[in-house]
Design a protein around this ligand. Structure first.
Ligand SMILES: Cc1ncc(COP(=O)(O)O)c(C=O)c1O
Length: 345
């Protein structure tokens, strides 16, 4: 990282393709993927299905589309989906659950974005009484975005899986940052999502690819998702150019997520005890939330020192560590936040 270029901690989506990614994209073999003829897309889908332990996978433009396809492929309009009140699909996906999937949402709480299996069990409705919408899907998020990058304990996913199976309903995992959870816990991805019928993963976040996500599940569910992807305008042609970036990211950028977690911890440790910062939740992976009296003023002070972070409320700031923040960037971020704190005194 150049010494004077900004350090951008707003999101792990801001990463720029590395030389290795650009080279892989330039060399990609391509075909028309709407005809199923792009060899690089096909290779990516097979590789992703293998890593995630599912029968099939579908390459899609975004995590938002992957989550939406999981819902439209496994529910009927009028059904109810259970998810956390802080979940990404409920908060940040433009109301697609209502507008496109036509489902009702039942939101639950739970520390750091993690659902409680007993609460899920109590929220499931399958009554014969004609007044009620039936629950047909539970959606979890691993790691949790608004929950500070927390990873689900695998036992909780297994418990929620048992609740789903015993009620004959589906379980989806929004794994936009699944590999952060994998690296933080050492649990292989396929084991982590074994209780889930479907899982989405993003290549464009910590993994550093410029675009793309995948939805994995049974062959039958992915066949349905393929149709809906086309319906939503997500059929891409010579998509091998971007699939090559995703393949490269899977090969080279998973293990290094541990560096992002280390830097997030170091950032937090350096600022702990510094007024006015308080930390509303744990930061076990790459996302750090800080509470301050005036987030917009503090963000402005930090930005004037070449460091960008995201105000998520008038009193809460998010800082995310990723591929484009090295140790020098970390040091600059700590300096900028410390100086901004002094300026705010
Ligand atoms: C947890 C989670 N799910 C889904 C998404 C959506 O991904 P995309 O921006 O690719 O649509 C995001 C994006 O930040 C996310 O954090």
């Amino acid at each position: 990282m150049a010494g004077d270029s900004p350090v951008d901690l707003r999101s792990d989506t801001v990463t720029r393709p590395t030389p290795g990614i650009r080279e892989a994209m330039a060399r990609a073999e391509v075909g028309d993927d709407v005809f199923g003829e792009d060899p690089t897309v096909n290779a990516l889908q097979e590789r992703a299905a293998g890593i995630l332990g599912k029968e099939a996978a579908l390459f899609v433009p975004s995590g938002t589309m992957a989550n939406l396809l999981a819902v439209v492929s496994q529910t009927q309009p009028g059904d109810t989906v259970i998810l956390h009140a802080d979940s990404h699909p409920f908060n940040y996906e433009s109301g697609g659950l209502g507008k496109v999937a036509g489902v009702m949402t039942k939101t639950l709480g739970g520390s750091q974005g993690i659902l409680d299996p007993d609460e899920v069990a109590s929220a499931v409705v399958l009554s014969d009484d004609h007044h009620f919408s039936h629950t047909t899907l539970v959606s979890i998020e691993n790691t949790t975005n608004r929950g500070g990058g927390a990873g689900y304990p695998i036992e909780i996913i297994e418990s929620i899986g048992r609740v789903a199976t015993s009620n004959g309903i589906q379980l989806h995992c929004d794994g936009a940052r699944l590999f952060n959870a994998v690296v933080a816990t050492g649990i292989p991805a396929r084991d982590y999502v074994a209780p889930c019928n479907t899982v989405s993963c993003c290549f464009s976040k910590g993994l550093g690819a410029p675009v793309g996500s995948v939805l994995a599940g049974s062959r039958e569910t992915i066949r349905r998702a393929h149709r809906y992807r086309k319906m939503l305008g997500g059929g891409m042609r010579q998509a091998g150019v971007i699939a090559a970036a995703a393949l490269y990211a899977l090969e080279h950028h998973i293990e290094r997520l541990a560096e992002d977690h280390r830097r997030a911890q170091a950032f937090r440790t350096a600022l702990e005890g510094t007024s006015p910062f308080t930390f509303p939740m744990d930061s076990p992976t790459n996302i750090v939330y800080l509470d301050v009296p005036d987030a917009y003023a503090l963000i402005g002070e930090v930005a004037s020192r070449g460091v960008f972070a995201l105000p998520v409320s008038p009193t809460r700031i998010r800082a995310v560590f990723h591929l484009d923040v090295d140790d020098q960037g970390l040091a600059r971020a700590i300096d900028a936040f410390s100086a901004a704190a002094k300026a705010a005194e």
